[in-house]
Ligand binder design. Structure first.
Ligand code: PNS
Length: 162
């Protein structure tokens, strides 16, 4: 069975992430979307909230599973017996960062974890979770960036913070 992991912060999931998930799910028998519990950042959504959002957004794709992890991706991948990571590339600016992480992961996993890149569909190339949050914070329209239920959750967060 061909399996892969798509790791990320997903704070929150956007249509850009969902585009990668849908396409990667067609390439593998099982795709595990793994939400990083990043201690160094203060996310808008807790890991549980991000996992729930991803489950809802991918509920119609049967071979997608949502999980979360702490620490290094290579340790999570080794524990789950996963050898391929999927990442999306939006632009050349993503490339240097992603290349470095992919090479680090390959080196420190002793070649047990490789990374494949999917180029984000052009209609979502501008999208990032950070810009979506900023637009929402100032009351802008994010309906083309995230599913409606995610947009509602983001607006709710900011309403409660003000
Ligand atoms: O959605 P993001 O924030 O761009 O995802 C980045 C992520 C989660 C893929 C990356 O930061 C990661 O894998 N972090 C876990 C720690 C790790 O393994 N780092 C790589 C070696 S530097």
């Amino acid at each position: 069975m061909k399996r892969a992991v798509y790791p990320g912060s997903f704070d929150p999931v956007t249509y850009g992430h969902l585009d990668i998930i849908e396409r990667a799910a067609q390439m593998f028998d099982e795709l595990i979307v793994a939400v990083l519990n990043n201690q160094g950042k203060t996310p808008l959504f807790s890991v549980d909230e991000r996992v729930k959002m991803l489950r809802e957004a991918t509920k119609d794709i049967p071979n997608v599973k949502i999980d979360s992890f702490n620490g290094l991706l290579i340790d999570y991948a080794a524990k789950e017996n996963l050898h391929i990571a999927v990442r999306g590339l939006r632009a050349i600016t993503d490339f240097e960062y992603e290349l470095q992480i992919a090479q680090t992961n390959r080196k420190f996993s002793e070649e047990q974890l490789d990374t494949i890149f999917l180029t984000t569909s052009l209609e979502y190339a501008y999208l990032s979770s950070s810009t979506v949050k900023e637009i929402a914070y100032f009351g802008g329209n994010i309906s083309e960036c995230v599913p409606d239920f995610v947009a509602d959750l983001i607006y709710d967060k900011y309403k409660n913070k003000q």
